[in-house]
Write a protein that binds this ligand. Structure first.
Ligand code: BGC
Length: 496
């Protein structure tokens, strides 16, 4: 731990860091009911990949069969060992002072066959213990039902591309509501379905069709699970259900009319693809018209974008009790000439615009994650304007480094500035942001980047069997934020 004095000096330095010409750190205290949290997901932290009756997931399978596909050849076999160390996890969450902990359930730990024919009691006990420990420490569980770790049994049946996935997922979700719903009041069905569907096919050969089929199945599975909760569990459990969607902030590359239109198109393809069905009952008009027209020009009889039935639209419309948003960066959008019809078609061509991050923006250690926190304000406003002013909760935000340094000054300044722009948006634009969740409480298995990229407030020593968790500067800063609900740590403090 660094000394209080050094912490205060660093904070003054960080507060003077600027992200945009007009950046002024917001000194207004966050409202008492604003939720501060931290997140993880099952495969990224649990380990115990084959213990106590858990079956194999797609990530177990890929990391074992093809370690070269992971930057450092690693896997999540042990990860942070949270399966055995969940009490330590809750202790560091408690130490940080968060209101909520967002984590996900491993389908393979609860239903080893993928189906509800067999419920694995040891897996259920693990999550019950975690929930009990969280509640005993006054931390609200925020549970994601599916965060990318598909049971291999289901992948072998074509996974997300099989229309039966809708029932497989709905059955699994119903089991989760039934088993854990007394302790869980905030649920999300899927984490980032866009990424899930864009990378669902080997070599990313989605060809402008399969990703739309995947999304169509995910959306209908989500709606089915939402309606099951509404009909069977809501009255007794009184929880809320949503879906975690991700988006960059998109900003016109210039104020030309073409770039402004291109930005709207980008948002609709990137975020509206999932958000519009969930909040407004159907795909965005611009997707229906562009994909329809291009499909016809390719000589097809019907659009590559599937259509919802009237009953599906009704089930989808309003199937989220809040807007859960993951966001990490900003991009500038520019209009381009409509791409010619070519084979294979692609979603990028369907979208027909392009976006980029200028060279002069500050890099992070991961591609596409340049530091531009000011973008969150237009993004939140876009959501507010398009989906009838929903309650918005940021379910992931953070930044990577490749060292795990305890002096993570850049992470502190990123969290501080994102929160500052969020506070501006609440105060000046009247957008209903109800919470913020940092990714992540601790360094963990970062998918294809293995352990080479670290997002944690806590460093995890992956070379030690103890997986020792050590607080970074950002843990100390975030603790201060949680305690004071104020972004500034200096003599002047916050304005109430
Ligand atoms: C995912 C997390 C991931 C994070 C950082 C998000 O897209 O939900 O699982 O670790 O980004 O890359």
């Amino acid at each position: 731990m660094i000394s209080i004095l050094k912490f205060a000096v660093l904070m003054v330095f960080i507060a003077s860091y600027s992200f945009a010409d007009d950046y002024v750190l917001n000194r207004k205290r966050f409202p008492p009911n604003f939720l501060f949290g931290a997140a993880t997901s099952a495969y990224q932290v649990e380990g115990a990949w084959n213990e106590d009756g858990k079956s194999v997931s797609t990530w177990d399978n890929t990391t074992h069969a093809d370690p070269d596909s992971i930057a450092d050849g690693s896997n999540g076999d042990v990860a942070c060992d949270s399966y055995h160390k969940y009490k330590e996890d809750v202790a560091i969450l408690k130490e940080t002072g968060v209101n909520h902990y967002r984590f996900s359930l491993a389908w393979t730990r609860i239903l080893p066959t993928g189906f509800p024919d067999q419920i694995n009691q040891a897996g259920v006990t693990y999550y019950k213990n975690l929930l009990r420990e969280l509640r005993a420490n006054g931390i609200e569980p925020f549970v994601t039902i599916y965060h990318w770790d598909m049971p291999l049994t289901l992948q072998e049946r074509n996974g997300l591309l099989n229309e039966s996935f809708i029932d497989w997922f709905a059955d699994y979700a119903a089991v989760c509501f039934d088993l854990f719903g007394d302790d869980v009041k905030i649920w999300t069905t899927f984490n980032e379905p866009k990424g899930t569907c864009l990378f669902v096919v080997p070599n990313n050969k989605t060809e402008g069709s399969l990703e739309y089929i995947c999304a169509h199945n995910v959306l209908r599975a989500h709606a089915k699970a939402y309606r099951i909760y509404e009909k069977r569990f809501k009255a007794t459990q009184d929880g809320r259900v949503g879906i975690v969607l991700d988006s960059y902030s998109f900003v016109p590359g210039s104020d030309s009319a073409e770039n402004i239109t291109a930005t709207e198109t980008t948002y609709q393809f990137e975020l509206g693809w999932f958000a519009n069905p969930v909040f407004n009952g159907d795909y965005p008009e611009i997707m229906k018209s562009r994909i329809g027209a291009r499909s016809r020009a390719e000589g097809r009889k019907s659009s590559r974008l599937p259509e919802f039935t009237e009953a599906e639209k009704v089930a989808l419309n309003g199937s989220a009790d809040f807007f859960a948003l993951n966001t990490y960066s900003t991009s500038l959008v520019v209009a381009i000439e409509d791409p010619p019809i070519s084979y294979p078609p692609s979603r990028d061509q369907d979208m027909g615009v392009t976006n980029y991050q200028p060279d002069e923006w500050e890099n992070s250690t991961m591609n596409g994650m340049k530091v531009a926190p000011w973008g969150i304000r237009p993004l939140l406003n876009w959501i507010n304007d398009h989906y009838n002013q929903p309650d918005i909760i940021i379910t992931e935000n953070g930044t990577p480094d490749n060292t795990g340094t305890l002096q993570d000054v850049k992470r502190v300044s990123l969290i501080q500035s994102y929160l500052s722009y969020i506070r501006d948006t609440m105060e000046q634009d009247g957008v209903n942001v109800i919470g913020y969740t940092v990714w992540s409480i601790m360094d963990n298995f970062e998918w294809t980047q293995g352990y080479s990229q670290k997002f944690g407030l806590y460093n995890v020593d992956f070379s030690s069997p103890n997986r020792t968790r050590t607080p970074k500067l950002s843990a100390q800063y975030y603790k201060n934020v949680c305690q004071t609900r104020c972004l500034i740590v200096d003599d002047y403090g916050c304005i109430d």
